[in-house]
Design a binder for this molecule. Structure first.
Ligand code: E4P
Length: 214
């Protein structure tokens, strides 16, 4: 399973990239706003740190505007993937941009039917938001299972990104379901590393090492 980091914070990206566990980055308007920086500057920094797919979201309401925005962002770097919303206009824009070789991540997916349409439109990635579904008492992970099954049934190449991850179990369950990618916030990546038995084990080894004659 590939792991992307879901942030626009360059320090967080640098730290996780240094561990060698990051295959790509996803951003969204909320994450970019948190940085207080210009979008193009943020993207320029990210492509220098991570050599993998970097999702950048467009904000136009109609397909013409989305395609124009997509062209501009895709021109920044070959690794830029454009995030289109899962709307009728978004799907039109995916279809048109994919013909120009622009890679897409269809975002805000909340149903298996929406995911099927994203694949048919030619999406490179689809992003089902598991955490936001869990937040409203639905099962985000059921959605991942359904999408993976549907894509397998019909041989779609679209890759499933487990998005809106809230805890390490979302990544683990997504991996067991056969999702291609998990995009995790920085806090979850830090949690993935940690295990109390690892910490206790290190403590004991260090204490015992003091008893070894030198
Ligand atoms: C996905 O690409 C989104 O950026 C993200 O996972 C949304 O997560 P949230 O529900 O925590 O905002």
């Amino acid at each position: 399973m590939k792991i992307f980091i879901d942030t626009a914070n360059i320090e967080e990206i640098r730290e996780c990239a240094a561990m060698g566990v990051i295959d790509g980055v996803t951003t969204n308007p909320t994450l970019v706003a948190k940085t207080g920086r210009k979008f193009e500057e943020v993207l320029g920094d990210i492509v220098e740190v991570v050599d993998g797919p970097i999702s950048a979201e467009i904000v136009s309401p109609d397909a013409d505007g989305m395609v124009a925005e997509a062209r501009g962002l895709a021109a920044i770097h070959r690794n830029i993937v454009i995030k289109f919303p899962l709307t009728a206009e978004g799907l039109k824009a995916v279809r048109r941009s994919s013909k120009e070789g622009i890679k897409s991540n269809v975002t805000l997916c909340f149903s298996p039917a929406q995911a099927l349409l994203a694949a048919k439109a030619g999406a490179t990635y689809v992003s089902p938001f598991v955490g936001r579904l869990d937040d409203v008492s639905a099962s985000g992970m059921d959605l991942i299972h359904q999408i993976v099954q549907i894509y397998e049934n019909y041989g779609f190449d679209t890759q499933v990104i487990v998005a809106s991850i809230r805890s390490p179990m979302h990544l683990v369950e997504g991996a067991l379901a056969g999702a291609h990618v998990a995009t995790c916030p920085y806090s979850v990546i830090k949690q993935l590393v940690k295990h109390p038995l690892t910490d206790i084990g290190i403590e004991r080894f260090l204490a015992d090492w003091q008893k070894v004659p030198r």
